[in-house]
Write a protein that binds this ligand. Structure first.
Ligand code: RUQ
Ligand code: CUA
Length: 659
C-alpha cells in the first residue's frame, strides 16, 4: 500500500514536470504574442497620468512584505515592509519601528508572508485594513490603508507555521490563525516519535476591534493534523470558519508519502459564535502563552511592544458543538466559500475531483447526528450527508477557488497548470485556460467576499521559466491578468512580482483613494523627541548618551554643523521632517552608521542610532532627491576622541555676508 502511494506521488511529480516542459515548449514567443491581440493591449493600457481601476495587494512570500500593484496595468505602486526589515524605508532599522519585529524569540527581521486579506463590512471589502500572516514565526500583521503602513503585528503562540491565516469573518470580527505544523502542547523537549501522544494542532481566533487592534480571543485545541488553509463563512454560514487539514495520518516524517495515505482528510468547521458562548460561560482554560503585541502609534510615530501572558483555550471535549469534521478527499489545500455562503469547496490536491460541501446539509447532518465516528471528541460527519456536488475530473492538482458575480467558480490546477471555470450548482466545467506556469492562488477582486467583481482575475504562478528575459538562475515569480467578463477567459497581461506572491487581494481603488493620507500634521506630532521648528533643534548630552533634535526642510538640515560628539558615544539622531506637503520625504544617512537610512515623511519624526567608531569629521546628507538643491542638503558632525574636552555645540549657519 505504501509503495503504491509512493508510486502515485512519483507519477504526479512526473506529470507535473512534463506539464511544465510541455507548456514551455508549446508557447514559443510567437505563439504567445499570437494569443494576445490589440484588444488585450488596450484592455490593460492605462494612459500616462491616469489611474488604475483597482489596487492589487500581493503577498511577498519569502520577502516578508506586501507589494501594491495597479490593475489592470500591472504597475508596481509600492512595497510595504511588514515582517522584514527594509533598508529602503528604514523600517525595522529606525528606533521607532524596531519594536514591530519583536517576538518572544527576540527581534526577528524576516518572515514568510502568504495571505493578504482585506477587512470586510457586511461581507464586502471596505478598504480599511489589510491583514497578512507571517508563516515562520507565527504572526499576523495589520496594515492601515490610509497610510499604507504596517500598523500592528501580533504573535500567535502554540502554533507552528501560521499558514491557514488570516481570512477574516464577514464584519472583521475575527481574523484566524491555524497551525500548519502541529507542535508539542505545551511546547517541550520530547522525542519526535512521540508525535501522536504529545503533539497538538491549535486554531486561533484573533478579535479585531473597531480601531483594528488585535487580541487573541481564544484558541481551539485539536488533533495533531496539519491545518493548511481557511475561510470564514458568510451570509447563511456567517459564524463559522472552515479549515482544511492534511496529514490526518498524524505522521512526522516523509509526509510526501506518509501523509498521503488516507482517502479523505477533513475540513474542520468551527462554530465561533458557539465558542463565544463557551467563553462567556467560562468553559475555557487560561494557560500561560507569552506572545507579543506590537503597535505603531500614528501620533507619536513610535511602535511599542506589549508582552501578553496567557490565552484562553477551548477543547472539543468541554465544548460540544464547537467543531465538526467534514470528510474531504484527498489532502485538501484551499477551502473556499462561495458568495452565498452555501458551498464550501475543498480543493483536494491528490483528488481527481473537486468536492463541494453544502452548509445547509452540514447543519442537517449535525441536527440528525449523522456521524461516521468521533475523533478526539470531534464528530466526523458522514461524507454523503454533507457533500453537495462534485466537479468530476476538472484538472490535476486543484489548489484554490474564487468566484465571480455570476454564480461561477474558478479553480487553479497546479499540475495541469490551468484555471478552470465551472458552474456552482450544476458542477459543469465551462471553460479552461492555461497559466504560465504552475498556478497557486488566483485572485478576483472581492473574489472571496459576498460581492465579487466579475471583471478581472489574476493568476499567481509558482514557476516563471521562459516568460521574461532571463536573469540568471533566479527568475522573479509571475502574475497573469485575465479578462473574465465574457464566457471565455482571456489572457491580458504578464507581469513579474516580488518574492513569492502566494495570494493577493484586489479592491476598487475608489474605496481607498479618498481616505489616503497626504502627510502627518505637525501639530499632531506627539513624538517625545520631536522638533516642531528650527527653534526647537538642540543637542543634549547625558553621560555618553547624546540626543540630537534635528529638522529637515527643503533644502537644509538644522543643525548642520555639530561638534563635541565623542568616539563611543551613544548617539540618537531624531529627525523631524517639517514639510507639510504631499510626497516630500527627506532622507538621512551618516557615514559609518551600522544601520539603514532614515526616510522621514512630512510631519514625522524618526530616529537613527549611531555609535561613532573613529575620530574625524563625518558628513551626513539627505538621501531622497527632494529639490533642486537636494545635493546641498548636507552637514558635518565632528567626532573627537573618547574623553576629549571638545565643547558640545551645534549650529546652522547664516548666509555669507557677501551674498
Ligand atoms: S498557499 S498555493 Cu501559502 Cu496559500 Cu496555496
Ligand atoms: Cu531632502 Cu533631499
Amino acid at each position: 500500500m505504501k509503495k503504491q502511494l509512493y508510486y502515485f506521488t512519483a507519477a504526479l511529480a512526473i506529470i507535473f514536470t512534463i506539464a511544465i516542459f510541455a507548456n514551455s515548449c508549446n508557447t514559443s514567443r510567437t505563439a504567445n504574442t499570437g494569443a494576445l491581440d490589440n484588444d488585450a493591449a488596450s484592455a490593460v493600457y492605462v494612459a500616462p497620468g491616469e489611474y488604475d481601476e483597482y489596487y492589487g495587494f500581493f503577498s511577498g512570500g519569502f520577502s516578508g512584505q506586501v507589494s501594491v500593484y495597479g490593475l489592470p496595468s500591472g504597475r508596481l505602486l509600492k512595497v510595504i515592509p511588514v515582517f522584514s526589515q527594509d533598508a529602503e524605508k528604514g523600517y525595522g532599522y529606525n528606533e521607532e519601528t524596531k519594536p514591530m519585529l519583536n517576538t518572544t524569540f527576540g527581534f526577528i527581521p524576516w518572515d514568510d508572508a502568504h495571505h493578504p486579506e482585506l477587512s470586510q463590512t457586511n461581507g464586502e471589502t471596505d478598504g480599511r485594513w489589510l491583514f497578512i500572516n507571517g508563516n515562520n514565526t507565527p504572526r499576523i500583521a495589520r496594515l492601515d490603508l490610509t497610510t499604507f503602513e504596517t500598523a500592528e503585528i501580533i504573535e500567535i503562540p502554540n502554533s507552528g507555521g501560521n499558514h491557514s491565516s488570516p481570512f477574516t469573518t464577514e464584519n472583521t470580527e475575527y481574523v484566524v490563525a491555524g497551525t500548519r505544523f502541529s507542535v508539542p502542547y505545551p511546547q517541550k523537549d520530547v522525542a519526535i516519535d512521540s508525535y501522536k501522544e504529545n503533539f497538538k494542532g491549535m486554531l486561533s481566533f484573533i478579535k479585531v476591534n473597531d480601531e483594528g487592534h488585535m487580541e487573541i480571543a481564544f484558541q481551539v485545541l485539536l488533533p495533531a493534523f496539519d491545518y493548511d488553509l481557511a475561510h470564514s463563512g458568510k451570509g447563511k454560514s456567517h459564524g463559522w470558519t472552515f479549515f482544511t487539514t492534511y496529514n490526518t495520518e498524524e505522521k512526522h516524517t516523509l509526509l510526501e508519502v506518509n501523509a498521503s495515505q488516507n482517502d479523505k482528510d477533513f475540513i474542520a468547521a468551527i462554530n465561533w459564535k458557539k465558542a463565544e458562548e463557551y467563553i462567556a460561560q467560562g468553559k475555557y482554560k487560561e494557560i500561560p502563552a507569552e506572545h507579543y503585541s506590537n503597535r505603531y502609534d500614528e501620533k507619536s510615530h513610535i511602535a511599542t511592544s506589549t508582552l501578553q501572558k496567557t490565552v484562553k483555550v477551548l477543547t472539543p471535549e468541554d465544548c460540544p458543538g464547537l467543531v465538526y469534521f467534514l470528510p474531504t478527499p484527498k489532502s485538501p489545500h484551499g477551502v473556499d466559500v462561495d458568495p452565498s455562503g452555501e458551498y464550501i469547496i475543498g480543493n483536494g490536491k491528490l483528488s481527481a475531483d473537486l468536492t463541494v460541501h453544502s452548509f445547509t446539509k452540514m447543519l442537517a447532518a449535525i441536527e440528525n447526528k449523522d456521524f461516521e465516528t468521533t475523533i478526539a471528541s470531534v464528530p466526523v460527519l458522514k461524507y454523503d450527508k454533507v457533500v453537495s456536488g462534485v466537479v468530476t475530473k476538472p484538472g490535476l492538482g486543484p489548489l484554490h477557488t474564487e468566484f465571480d458575480n455570476d454564480g461561477n467558480a474558478y479553480t487553479t490546477f497546479f499540475i495541469s497548470s490551468e484555471i478552470v471555470k465551472w458552474k456552482l450548482g450544476t458542477w459543469e466545467v465551462l471553460d479552461r485556460i492555461p497559466a504560465y506556469y504552475s498556478v497557486g492562488h488566483l485572485m478576483i477582486p472581492g473574489g472571496d467576499s459576498k460581492k465579487p467583481d466579475g471583471k478581472y482575475m489574476v493568476a499567481l504562478n509558482k514557476i516563471t521559466k521562459d516568460r521574461y528575459l532571463p536573469t540568471g538562475p533566479e527568475m522573479n515569480h509571475s502574475a497573469q491578468l485575465y479578462d473574465i467578463s465574457g464566457d471565455k477567459m482571456k489572457l491580458l497581461l504578464d507581469f513579474p512580482t516580488i518574492g513569492e506572491p502566494h495570494y493577493a487581494q484586489g479592491i476598487l481603488a475608489s474605496k481607498i483613494t479618498s481616505k489616503s493620507k497626504k502627510f502627518y500634521p505637525l501639530e499632531e506630532n506627539e513624538h517625545p523627541h520631536r522638533a516642531l521648528g528650527e527653534k526647537d533643534t538642540k543637542v543634549v548630552r547625558d553621560g555618553s548618551e547624546v540626543h540630537i533634535y534635528m529638522t529637515s526642510i527643503r533644502s537644509h538640515f538644522a543643525p548642520d554643523n555639530i561638534e563635541g560628539i565623542k568616539v563611543g558615544d551613544k548617539v540618537f539622531i531624531h529627525l523631524t521632517n517639517l514639510e507639510q506637503d504631499f510626497d516630500v520625504p527627506h532622507g538621512f544617512a551618516i557615514q559609518g552608521a551600522r544601520t539603514a537610512e532614515l526616510l522621514v515623511m512630512p510631519g514625522q519624526t524618526e530616529t537613527m542610532y549611531w555609535e561613532p567608531q573613529r575620530e574625524g569629521v563625518v558628513p551626513f546628507y539627505c538621501t531622497d532627491f527632494c529639490s533642486a538643491l537636494h545635493q546641498e542638503m548636507q552637514g558635518y558632525i565632528r567626532v573627537s576622541p573618547a574623553g576629549s574636552s571638545t565643547e558640545l555645540k551645534w549650529s546652522m549657519g547664516e548666509p555669507d555676508e557677501e551674498l
